[in-house]
Ligand binder design. Structure first.
Ligand code: MTE
Length: 315
């Protein structure tokens, strides 16, 4: 990311947890009806999503829905944190299909309705952006492994590549003379990272379908990695035997690596990664900063994936 953006967010905007938990109780009852209401088509705009609770969720205080949906990185809509919300009104997340191909026995396309039919779980995860801010977000999604199982990866597949949609007519950051990044935005994981139970495809947050600015209708969430690995508005997933190119590594290879595991011991060349600001807690610098945790606090679950790998060299 080119700059170190201090948040333009007022402190004290946290939705009281009791309100959110009440709504979750309501959704547990109303959700089945909500899903039935989808029928074979997905309504435009936010719709309620039913998601069961998960042991992988943190009980840390949630970042407010206002902050989660107004302070975003989605360069297809512009570089400012407010651009994705302000400039994504023309973007149409339905209808939608995701093509899954490459080194698999059963390549195929998945319609959004099929993705919504996977058993959805609520995953409350910390998200740590490489810019040294963090949030706690209640996602609704399902393990990526469940999707991969359907297409049966070949034994030779070693990596999973992801691609965001290209629609300059609906995404103003993809049009015009100045292009911030090369499109499509692309990302990748090793196959074992992709199959890890913490890795999900998210279809919603705060009990509703994803807003455009958060990557509607489907995005990746890998909570132990910097947020830029969480590619939004995915249209293609390809199994391959080669390490896939990734957008930020292409843009600045000395600053952003393929692995991008959250690591307080490896500083960004232009700033420290030792600590972070939790959005909504006020003040980008000073007393409110909290230490950044190795693997963003998911070390116990994922450190074993990297045995023998030099994480300082493979940043
Ligand atoms: N995906 C696409 N297609 N384009 C982007 O610009 N930004 C990334 C990631 N996914 C980005 C993207 C970055 S830098 C971060 S920190 C997260 O999305 C932000 O997710 P959020 O806006 O939902 O918090």
């Amino acid at each position: 990311m080119p700059a170190y953006h201090p948040p333009r967010i007022a402190a004290g905007e946290i939705t009281p947890e009791s309100i959110f938990l009440n709504r979750r109780g309501f959704l547990a009852g109303a959700g089945a009806a909500g899903l039935l209401a989808f029928g074979s088509s997905v309504p435009a705009g936010a719709a309620a999503l039913k998601a069961s609770e998960s042991p992988f969720s943190t009980d840390e205080k949630l970042t407010s829905e206002d902050d989660v949906t107004a302070y975003n990185n989605f360069y297809e809509f512009g570089l400012g944190k407010g651009d994705p919300k302000a400039k994504s009104g023309k973007f149409k997340p339905t209808p939608w299909t995701v093509k899954v191909d490459g080194m698999v026995s059963k390549p195929r396309e998945f319609g959004l309705e099929e993705l919504l039919a996977f058993p959805l779980e609520e995953r409350i995860y910390r998200m740590r952006c490489v810019e040294a801010w963090s949030m706690v977000i209640p996602w609704a999604g399902f393990p990526l492994a469940a999707l991969l199982d359907k297409v049966e990866p070949l034994g030779s597949a070693k990596y999973v590549a992801f691609e965001t949609v290209v629609r300059p007519d609906e995404m103003p950051g993809q049009g015009g003379f100045f292009q911030s990044l090369a499109w499509p935005y692309v990302e990748g994981l090793r196959l074992d990272e992709a199959r890890h139970p913490l890795t999900i495809l998210a279809l919603g947050l705060y009990g509703k379908t994803l807003p455009n600015q958060n990557g509607a209708p489907v995005r990746l969430v890998v909570p132990w990695k910097y947020g830029f690995k969480g590619i939004k508005s995915i249209v293609r997933i390809t199994l391959t035997d080669k390490q896939p190119p990734t957008t930020w590594n292409i843009a600045a290879p000395n600053e952003y690596g393929f692995y991008a595991n959250v690591n307080p011991a490896v500083d960004h060349p232009r700033w420290s990664q030792a600590s972070e600001t939790r959005i909504g807690e006020g003040g980008f610098f000073g007393a409110n900063r909290r230490p950044t945790l190795p693997f963003n606090g998911y070390e116990e679950e994922v450190a074993k994936l990297y045995a023998g790998l030099d994480l300082k060299a493979n940043f």
